[in-house]
Design a protein around this ligand. Structure first.
Ligand SMILES: NC(=O)c1ccc[n+]([C@@H]2O[C@H](COP(=O)([O-])OP(=O)(O)OC[C@H]3O[C@@H](n4cnc5c(N)ncnc54)[C@H](O)[C@@H]3O)[C@@H](O)[C@H]2O)c1
Length: 328
C-alpha cells in the first residue's frame, strides 16, 4: 500500500515507518519537525515537512501520491503541557486531525490508523484495563485523543471510514540496531531519563513515592516500540479485511514500578543511578496496566519484548550511539 505516515520523524513514528517499509509498503512522511527529527527519517526523500492540518498540502499529497491509507501518529503529547495550555492540544490533536479526515474523505482515502493512548482511561477503576473500562481522561491530552476516537466512530457511520485506534500504554525501547530511539526535548518519559542519569550521573527525579503500590512509586506497563510498530501492520491488514472502526490496547500486561525500572536500569547499564524524591505530577495515576487480550485475539498481535531488561537494553544501545540525541 501507499501510506501517508504523519509524525514519522518522531519517536514511535520513525520506527513504525521503518517497519511498514520493511513489509513492502511505500511511505510518505508528513511531519512539521516540531518535536521530531530530520535524522530520524531513514529515507530523506520520504519526508515532506509540513502540517497535517494544512488542507491544501494534505489534499495534494493524498492525490498526487495516490495514498491508500493514513497512519496518524503526529500529535502534541506532553501531559503537563496539555494541562497548562489545553487549547493548543485541542487545536493540534483534534481540530487539525478533523481537517486531515475531511481531506481524506474528499480524496476517497477511507483507511486510518490512529495512535491513541492509555490516557483515554484516566484513573483506573479496575486492573488490568481492557477496552470496556470507562474512559474518563484526567488531562486534556487524553481527552483530545478520546474526542478524536469518538469523531472517528461517527465518520465511520456517516462516511464509511475504516479505522483502528491503537491505545499504547508506555512506549519504550529503541530499534534493536540502536539506530532509532527516543529523543524528546524536554523528555518526560521515565526510561530515557533513567538511562541518561546512568550516563551523566545526574539524579533522576521520582515523581511520587506515596502511591498505593507495593513500593509507593507509580506502576506502568512498558511496551517495546518495535512491538508497537508490528501492531500497525496488523491494523492495516485488519482494515483490508474488515470495514470496522475499533480500538485496541497495546501493552504487555505487566506493571513495573519506577523503582523497579531504576533497579533494572542499574543492572543493564552496570552503573549507579542516583535518584531524588519529587512530588507527584498532577494527572498521573498510580497504576496503569493493560489487558491487550483483544489485540492478541483480533489482530493476532504478540509482543516479542516481554522482559523489561530486554526493552531497556535496546534503549541503552540507542543512547550510547546517540549521547547527544539525534543532533550528534
Ligand atoms: N511515546 C509514548 O509512550 C506514547 C504513548 C501513548 C500514545 N502515544 C502517541 O503516539 C504518537 C507518537 O508519540 P511519540 O512519543 O513518538 O511523540 P513524538 O513527539 O516523538 O512524535 C510526534 C511527531 O508528530 C510531529 N507533529 C506534531 N504536530 C504536528 C503537526 N501539526 N503536523 C505535522 N507533524 C506534527 C512531531 O514533529 C513529531 O515528529 C502520538 O500520537 C502520541 O500521542 C505515545
Amino acid at each position: 500500500m501507499r501510506l501517508l505516515v504523519t509524525g514519522g520523524a518522531g519517536y514511535v513514528g520513525s520506527v513504525v515507518a521503518r517497519r511498514l517499509r520493511a513489509a513492502g509498503h511505500e511511505t510518505v512522511i508528513l511531519d512539521d519537525l516540531s518535536t521530531g527529527h530530520r535524522a530520524a527519517v531513514e529515507r530523506p526523500d520520504d519526508l515532506v515537512q509540513g502540517d497535517f492540518g494544512d488542507r491544501l498540502r494534505v489534499g495534494g499529497l493524498l492525490e498526487a501520491r495516490r495514498i491508500d491509507a493514513v497512519v496518524h501518529l503526529a500529535a502534541s503529547c506532553l501531559v503537563g503541557e496539555s494541562v497548562a495550555d489545553p487549547a493548543a492540544y485541542y487545536r493540534n490533536n483534534l481540530e487539525r486531525s478533523l481537517a486531515l479526515l475531511d481531506r481524506m474523505r474528499q480524496a476517497g482515502v477511507l483507511r486510518f490508523v490512529l495512535s491513541s493512548t492509555a490516557a483515554v482511561y484516566g484513573e483506573p477503576a479496575a486492573l488490568p484495563i481492557d477496552e470496556d473500562h470507562p474512559t474518563r481522561p484526567a488531562n486534556p491530552y487524553g481527552d483530545t485523543k478520546l474526542a478524536l476516537e469518538r469523531a472517528l466512530h461517527w465518520y465511520h457511520a456517516a462516511h464509511g471510514l475504516r479505522f483502528v485506534a491503537l491505545r499504547y500504554f508506555n512506549a519504550a525501547g529503541a530499534t534493536s540496531d540502536g539506530a532509532l530511539g527516543e529523543d524528546h526535548r524536554p523528555e518526560s518519559h521515565l526510561v530515557p531519563n533513567v538511562l541518561r542519569a546512568a550516563l551523566t550521573g545526574e539524579p533522576v527525579p521520582i515523581f511520587g513515592s506515596d502511591y498505593p503500590t507495593p513500593d509507593g512509586t507509580a506502576v506502568r506497563d512498558y511496551v517495546h516500540v518495535e512491538d508497537l510498530a508490528e501492531a500497525h501492520l496488523a491494523a492495516l491488514r485488519r482494515l483490508e479485511s474488515r470495514a470496522a472502526g475499533e480500538s485496541f490496547n497495546l501493552g504487555n500486561g505487566h506493571g513495573f514500578s519506577v523503582l523497579q525500572v531504576i533497579e533494572t536500569a542499574r543492572r543493564v547499564t552496570g552503573r549507579p543511578i542516583p535518584v531524588r524524591p519529587a512530588g507527584r505530577r498532577p494527572g498521573d495515576p498510580g497504576t496503569l496496566v493493560a489487558s491487550a487480550q483483544r489485540a492478541r485475539r483480533e489482530l493476532g498481535w504478540a509482543p516479542r519484548f516481554a522482559e523489561l531488561g530486554a526493552i531497556l537494553e535496546t534503549a541503552w544501545r540507542f543512547l550510547r550511539q546517540h549521547p547527544d540525541g539525534y543532533s550528534a
